[in-house]
Design a protein around this ligand. Structure first.
Ligand SMILES: Cc1cc2nc3c(=O)[nH]c(=O)nc-3n(C[C@H](O)[C@H](O)[C@H](O)COP(=O)(O)OP(=O)(O)OC[C@H]3O[C@@H](n4cnc5c(N)ncnc54)[C@H](O)[C@@H]3O)c2cc1C
Length: 409
């Protein structure tokens, strides 16, 4: 069997690694002529880290990432609402890591090159469409100078939010679903804050929300710190990961947030760059697999980036799909079985990221305190309720401890 993978992001490269592990021949066709580092952070929780370790990437990821110790939630006054350990510190058999996105991508790409050979990834090949018959799929690929066709037994579309394959399958689909929130993101080199490995959220949305965590440790004791600001907004422009943002668009929301645990305005002022991105996803679709063609990762289930799960879920998709393709006589049936298991699960995550993402904890406390500082958090909300909100999100995303660890034992 030969599989053509469209798109060489986290989903496409993970799929290549899993197919190779199952002994299935594959190639990745990636539109960009050359990968350029995109300097923002990404968290992978134990459910995804387990997969990376099982793929034999433990040493490589340890070299580039920061192992997180805890989640912390603060209100906009800088008061601690809730703290809980994460990864191994919370009893998981696998850690939680925070990465520079380019570092994680490099680890996956190096592994693909080393295991599948230098020809496995064809850069500068943009898929513009496909056709299929009973025997296989013909993929149309455009390079800078030519257009040509390649034939494969199966096509897995991992071409992200703006997937060309999805567009061909759903030509009438709306451009995107905007959540009324805009994000500004950046990285700043500075001294560690809190535990030096804390994934921290600060402030309810209507006051301006911050998510901040370290993604690289440096020899001089400093860290590269990734941050993302979320602010309510009524209009939005096309989502492009490389769109430059302005400090003046959001700094006023944070001007009084210089806390003993972090000087937030300074973090923003000293940023190496600022990008902006609208909070967008797409409505879940009724079908991913069409004959010998299926969707994976953001092409299948683009979700709001607020629970640290889009990339993780693409790795989970890849693991299951490769194993089904290896163990099923008919690839069409394998693609259907993959969809039957993964589509309902990821649909629930897309909808939960809209309604009750992890930062619902901060929103709840903001409502209970009418946005005022509190004297004692235990007089506002019980620890049991806070833990319950945190657990609920983990269960929807298959990252509760019992579910992650059980596979291992
Ligand atoms: C601000 C932000 C923060 C996030 N934080 C997290 C996080 O903490 N944890 C987490 O797990 N996820 C996170 N995500 C989500 C995660 O980044 C995505 O879910 C993940 O990148 C999806 O991987 P993918 O391979 O499906 O798509 P992509 O990463 O988008 O990769 C798609 C690839 O396909 C290529 N391509 C596109 N069109 C074509 C074409 N026609 N032909 C060939 N190639 C094509 C693209 O160039 C690209 O390389 C975040 C997202 C955002 C926006």
């Amino acid at each position: 069997m030969h599989v053509a993978i469209v798109g060489g992001g986290i989903g496409g490269l993970s799929t290549a690694l899993y197919l190779h592990q199952q002994g299935i021949d594959c190639r990745v066709y990636e539109s960009v002529p050359e990968y350029k580092p995109l300097g923002v952070g990404i968290n992978l929780f134990p459910h995804a880290m387990r997969r990376l370790f099982e793929l034999g990437l433990e040493d490589a990821v340890r070299e580039v990432g920061v192992e997180a110790k805890e989640f912390t939630f603060f209100n906009q006054h800088g008061q601690l609402i809730y703290r809980e350990p994460c990864g191994r510190h919370a009893g998981y058999d696998w850690p939680h890591f925070s990465f520079h996105r380019a570092d994680l991508h490099r680890v996956l790409l190096d592994a693909v090159m080393a295991r599948l050979g230098p020809d496995a990834v064809h850069n500068g090949h943009r898929c513009s469409g496909f056709s299929q018959d009973d025997q296989g799929v013909t993929l149309q690929l455009d390079t800078a100078t030519t257009s040509h066709a390649v034939r494969a037994d199966v096509v897995i579309a991992c071409d992200g939010f703006h997937s060309a394959v999805r567009r061909q399958l759903y030509p009438e689909e709306a451009p995107a679903h905007f959540g009324g929130i805009n994000l500004w993101r950046g990285v700043t080199r500075g001294q560690p804050f809190l535990s030096g490995a804390s994934v921290t959220r600060c402030g309810a949305l209507r006051h301006g929300k911050l998510v901040v965590y370290p993604i690289r440790n440096h020899a001089d004791g400093t860290q590269t710190i990734n941050w993302a600001v979320e602010i309510l907004k009524s209009d939005w422009s096309e989502n492009d990961w490389n769109k430059t943002g302005q400090l003046s668009d959001f700094i006023d929301y944070f001007s009084n947030r210089c806390f003993p645990w972090l000087d937030i305005p300074r973090l923003f002022r000293e940023a190496e760059f600022i990008l902006e991105y609208p909070m967008v996803d797409r409505d879940p679709i009724p079908r991913w697999s069409f004959g010998r063609v299926t969707l994976l990762g953001d092409a299948a289930h683009p979700m709001y980036p607020r629970g640290g799960n889009g990339g993780a879920q693409s790795i989970l998709d890849a693991e299951l799909l490769a194993s089904l393709l290896a163990n099923c006589d008919d690839p069409v049936q394998a693609l259907q079985a993959y969809e039957a298991e993964r589509r309902p699960k990821t649909r629930d995550i897309v909808l939960t990221n809209r309604s009750t993402p992890p930062d619902a904890i901060i929103e709840r406390v903001d409502a209970l305190t009418a946005s005022q500082p509190f004297a004692r958090i235990e007089d506002v909300i019980s620890l049991t309720e806070l833990q319950g909100m945190s657990e609920l999100y983990k269960q929807v995303t298959s990252m509760d401890r019992a579910a992650v660890n059980v596979v291992h034992h």
